[in-house]
Design a protein around this ligand. Structure first.
Ligand code: FEO
Length: 163
């Protein structure tokens, strides 16, 4: 049994993780449309990872005997102005998710809900990784700049990273 406010916040985060998956999937389709299949593949892969994050919330709620409530998922953007704009968006998005997870931990602590706090610690570590990965790719894309050969080389590297 979890406090009602906490259950609602966990369900909201489940929705936010589904949105993240949707966002990465939309980025994948954008990369398909500009013929960068390696970036598309990385984003498709990451979309899948976000759906597994959502399922962690699903499984946790069920394991505590709480109801999972699936809400509407907002439509993600469909166009960006190139790879740099996408990875800039990804880094900002992951920073936003880190903020959401931190707020959930604050709530769990305020409710003295040690089990939920413990569950959320996995996400605290995961967000450090998520931001590091996003920033790492962003820096590489920045280095490639306007050099299309460098971008194609990077696309190849991104594709093999997900094979
Ligand atoms: Fe579910 Fe990218 O954090």
């Amino acid at each position: 049994m979890i406090d009602e406010e906490m259950v609602n916040a966990l369900n909201k985060q489940l929705n936010a993780e589904l949105y993240s998956g949707y966002l990465y999937l939309s980025m994948a389709t954008y990369f398909e449309s500009i013929d960068l299949p390696g970036f598309a593949s990385w984003n498709k892969d990451h979309a899948h990872e976000e759906f597994t994050h959502a399922m962690k919330f699903y499984d946790y709620l069920v394991s505590r005997g709480e109801q999972v409530i699936l809400g509407e998922i907002e439509a993600p953007p469909t166009e960006w102005e190139g790879a740099l704009a996408v990875y800039d968006h990804i880094l900002k998005h992951e920073q936003l998710v880190t903020g959401l997870i931190n707020k959930l931990v604050d709530l769990a602590i305020s409710k003295k809900d040690h089990a939920t706090n413990n569950f959320l610690q996995w996400f605290i570590s995961e967000q450090v990784e998520e931001e590091e990965t996003a920033n790492g790719i962003l820096q590489k894309v920045k280095l490639a700049g306007e050099d299309s050969r460098a971008l194609l080389f990077l696309d190849n590297e991104m594709g093999s990273a997900t094979e």
